[in-house]
Write a protein that binds this ligand. Structure first.
Ligand SMILES: *Cc1c(COP(=O)(O)O)cnc(C)c1O
Length: 395
């Protein structure tokens, strides 16, 4: 009998479904904001990376409209082939100033920064020392590089130091320490001050991926500003798609780094640049963060209130120290059940996070705070989370 060359598609999906590991995509009929309509239902969203609520900020929307009218809908090409917009230059200068570094580059996405730049910074003769819970896009970038990978225990500077001692014995050409700034599934922070100290001792390069720290930590400037480490972190990767509410990846650092990235990163060289409307919105988003500090203040007020309340109900929030608040349940089926009942019965949209995003036995609902959530919204969500958590024997 002839074999079916695509039989594995259905087989693999059946296996995912049977193990409660299938991702269900829901569809929004309004903007990504706390009160939205999802799958035809009015819900309270507790699961977006749009921490400051800027995705629907009127000034940022207007900037997109104005730039689209002036420049059109698309970029036409990759920047090195047919040029970049003066808007992009403006963004890069503004962003560098905001981050207190020499230069910055607007790349396609945070994922593209990691998969395009890491394999150029390190290669076969080099060693990457990587936090065990780093984001998948870092892991892919390191795999593509061919560099030897040494893992250190999550946020453990002592173990990092031990691994660097091991790495040193191998006389690698370069050693690069890579870490998330804020860990996306746990909401804890990299101990960047300790990392910077040991990096200096061992002559190691530091690459921090601050996708979830930008817009949130250090008055919006990110984890490097939070720890006052400006000038001590060699490569800062980030995203305009989360706290800044718009879209795009960023690299910030020295002028040398940015020239290197623009000439070598394969994703920068081979993938089309952002539409002008997106670039203009990114500029407007920096403006808003600089001139309207209330959004950062609000997201932290909401975070502190919500975290204290869920902890006192008995939920395990791990080591969260940011607006990412995991409610760690354990069993993937139970995490999905909690999310389903919250959505269907209570109108609360929180996402179950299961393997491969986290270990199977650490399945959870990840709650993310937002500056636009009011005290009433939070209390409504807290009541529902307590009620359903008790019903399902989670707390
Ligand atoms: C979200 C995220 C990315 C990907 O960023 P995008 O701009 O969405 O591609 C990369 N790294 C980390 C740590 C992230 O949290």
């Amino acid at each position: 009998m002839k074999r079916d060359p695509v039989a594995f598609l259905k087989e693999d999906m059946t296996e995912l479904r049977n193990n409660n590991l299938e991702w269900i995509i829901r569809y929004l009929e309004e903007g990504s904001k706390p009160h939205s309509i999802v799958d035809g239902k009015e819900v309270l969203m507790l699961n977006t990376n749009n921490y400051l609520g800027l995705a629907t900020h009127p000034k940022i929307i207007q900037a997109t409209i104005d730039a689209t009218k002036k420049y059109g809908a698309g970029a036409g090409a990759v920047p090195v082939i047919a040029g970049s917009f003066n808007l992009t230059k403006e963004f890069q200068e503004r962003f560098a100033k905001f981050k207190e570094v020499e230069a910055s580059l607007l790349c396609q996405t945070g994922f593209a920064v990691n998969s395009g730049l890491i394999p150029m910074l390190v290669g076969k003769p080099d060693i990457v020392v990587s936090d065990e819970l780093n984001h998948g896009s870092i892991i892919d970038g390191v795999r593509l590089s061919g560099a030897k990978r040494i893992i250190y225990k999550h946020t453990d500077v002592g173990d990092l130091e031990n691994q660097l001692k091991e790495a040193e014995k191998e006389s690698a050409r370069r050693i690069c320490i890579i870490t998330d700034g804020v860990f996306s599934m746990d909401g804890d922070m990299a101990p960047l001050d300790g990392i910077a100290q040991v990096a200096e001792e061992f002559g190691a390069m530091i690459f921090v991926d601050d996708c979830h720290g930008e817009g949130v930590l250090g008055e919006g400037r990110g984890i490097v500003a939070h720890f006052n480490l400006q000038g001590k972190v060699h490569v800062e990767g980030g995203s305009m798609s989360k706290g800044f509410g718009v879209f795009g990846g960023t690299v910030a650092g020295s002028k040398d780094l940015i020239e290197f990235c623009a000439n070598k990163s394969r994703t920068y060289l081979l993938s089309t640049a952002h539409p002008p409307g997106v670039v203009a919105a990114n500029i407007a988003s920096i403006d808003v963060v600089e001139t309207e500090p209330q959004h950062v203040k609000r997201v932290w007020e909401n975070t502190n209130y919500f975290k204290k309340e869920v902890q006192s109900m008995g939920y395990d929030t791990g080591n969260s120290s940011t607006p990412i608040i995991p409610l760690i349940i354990g069993d993937p089926g139970k995490a999905q059940e909690l999310a389903r009942v919250l959505f269907e019965d209570e109108g609360i949209y929180g996402t179950p996070i299961v393997f491969p995003m986290v270990a199977r036995e650490l399945s959870r609902i990840r709650v993310q705070m937002n500056a636009l959530l009011t005290k009433d919204d939070l209390n409504m969500a807290l009541n529902a989370i307590e009620k359903v958590g008790k019903k399902l024997d989670i707390i």
